[in-house]
Design a binder for this molecule. Structure first.
Ligand code: MG
Length: 246
């Protein structure tokens, strides 16, 4: 019954977004059920292996560029980079396709806001497939928008969140979508995610690029695209970012 309701909502959402040119009610793509069970992660940290490309070692933004090629205004302190709200997202200079990505992140210790307004950022693989970063520790929101969701697509298997102010880890295996020369989708993007060492996305297929409103779909792009970190206005920090091309 719940599945039927969800599918009905998605169809309604699709029709509405089509009719309104992607405007409309963002609530139509929020899935609040099921709520992932809470799991307490162990304590781990991981240095880059020898064949990894280090994207951030805590000292500089050399591998990154600001919005529209502008200088990065995010804060750099104590081996971490922190979003400076309103200055825009940052993207890697290098493009990546199939990859293994390790990234550590921390939401603000001082809790402000609720739902999507608490410690929101995001890791946009290929600049458009968002693995959500959010303070999901005692913070209710739609399940397909909480930490470790593929935003508004895939609910994490469990909620392995640490508390605000604590460092958390994503280990990601991402397989890029494939497009035929004429732009037709040949295979969907796939992702596996461990959140603090706990499997939360198990080789699942993405529906398309992340959309705030409406049903996602695929737009053809090249085999390698920049990785993007979101500025959602909250002072989320990142450290120890490394990637292995597959
Ligand atoms: Mg986000």
């Amino acid at each position: 019954m719940k599945k039927f309701l969800l599918i009905s909502l998605l169809i309604i959402g699709f029709v509405c977004s089509f009719a309104q040119g992607r405007k409309g009610d963002p609530k139509l793509t929020e899935a609040w059920d099921p709520v992932p069970a809470i799991v307490s992660p162990g304590k781990t940290s991981q240095d880059a292996p020898s064949d990894a490309i280090v994207l951030f070692n805590g000292r500089d933004f050399n591998a990154w560029t600001g919005k529209d090629g502008k200088k990065i205004e995010w804060m750099l302190e104590e081996g971490a980079m922190t979003v400076k709200g309103g200055t825009g997202e940052i993207t890697t200079r290098q493009g990546f396709g199939d990859c293994q990505l390790h990234i550590e992140w921390r939401t603000p210790a001082v809790v402000k806001g609720e739902g999507q307004g608490r410690g929101n950022s995001g890791i946009f693989l290929m600049g458009q497939y968002e693995l959500q970063v959010l303070d999901s520790y005692n913070n209710k929101t739609y399940s397909n928008g909480q930490a470790a969701s593929i935003y508004k697509q895939l609910i994490p298997l469990v909620n392995a969140s640490r508390g605000p102010g604590e460092w958390q880890i994503y280990d990601i295996i991402f397989i890029a979508p494939r497009f035929a020369p004429d732009g037709r989708l040949q295979s969907q993007a796939r992702i596996t995610v461990l959140h603090n060492g706990v499997l939360v996305q198990n080789n699942v297929a993405l529906w398309g690029g992340s959309e705030y409103i409406g049903i996602p779909d695929y737009t053809p792009h090249s085999m390698k695209e920049s990785l993007m970190l979101q500025d959602h206005g909250d002072a989320v920090s990142f450290r120890n970012i490394w990637i292995r091309e597959l």
